[in-house]
Design a protein around this ligand. Structure first.
Ligand SMILES: Cc1cc2nc3c(=O)[nH]c(=O)nc-3n(C[C@H](O)[C@H](O)[C@H](O)COP(=O)(O)O)c2cc1C
Length: 222
């Protein structure tokens, strides 16, 4: 039964998402998109752990330094945030058709923890750029290390083109159609995170219902 006193709207079970912009710039367009993601998550019944990229910034990865001094604070904070939240949302700038070096460097550090925190974590990738591409090529590059590390990167990614003039005074996307698409993207991701956390039995049932026992007579050739 839904708890009407709960801050969680009617049919949403509790989920908490780490949200950050991968830009260190103070007036970052990705910072704006990350904040919009955070308010959208909260408006749709999720909790948010909002962090600045500065919290996760790290010196260049150096195996000798890791052996000598262990992990830098930025890597430890990102590890903890990944582990303690149900999923992560990153709004990342595109630098030279790829991800910013600072973000890749932090991912590299965190990948050295055992257990490796990104494994089986759901992630949603967003980008914003003044260009017409919206930084989308950078997100395709960013998928690669995350998928390599076993993260479950949501298929739909959202990229805001011409982002320097893309927001209205309330911090929403000025184009109403794009704003709606953004919200649908966020809510679709939240539904998946909620299902993964709270309804794992659905997954089992789904396999049982659709699945067939292997049988050479009925097995498809492919
Ligand atoms: C080193 C560097 C490389 C960049 N390369 C790209 C690029 O490949 N594609 C693009 O759309 N914008 C590129 N830009 C422009 C950024 O999209 C723009 O600076 C944007 O505002 C950065 O995001 P932020 O405002 O969140 O910091 C680049 C900027 C820098 C500093």
């Amino acid at each position: 039964m839904p708890d009407t006193d709960s801050p969680v709207p009617q049919d949403r079970q509790p989920i908490r998402l780490l949200v950050f912009s991968a830009s260190l710039r103070s007036d970052s367009v990705n910072g704006r998109l990350a904040r919009l993601a955070a308010t959208t998550i909260e408006a749709n019944g999720g909790a948010v752990d909002f962090r600045p990229m500065a919290d996760f910034d790290t010196p260049s990865y150096n195996h000798d330094e890791q052996d000598r001094d262990g992990f830098p604070p930025g890597a430890d904070q990102l590890r903890e945030c990944i582990q303690t939240n149900d999923a992560f949302v990153i709004s990342s700038p595109e630098y030279n058709s790829s991800m910013p070096g600072a973000l890749k460097n932090s991912i590299d550090w965190v990948s050295r923890f055992s257990p490796q925190p990104f494994n089986e974590k759901h992630g949603l990738l967003l980008s914003a750029s003044p260009s017409m591409g919206g930084g989308n090529r950078g997100l395709w590059a960013l998928r690669v290390p995350f998928e390599h590390l076993g993260a479950r990167v949501y298929p739909d990614m959202f990229s805001l083109a011409q982002a320097h003039q893309g927001f209205n005074g309330e911090g929403r996307i000025a184009d109403a159609q794009l704003q709606e698409r953004f919200e649908n993207n966020i809510v679709g991701f939240m539904d998946l995170v909620e299902a993964s956390k709270h309804y794992p039995c659905v997954k089992t049932r789904w396999v049982e219902y659709l699945g067939e026992h292997p049988d050479p007579v009925t097995d498809r050739v492919e």
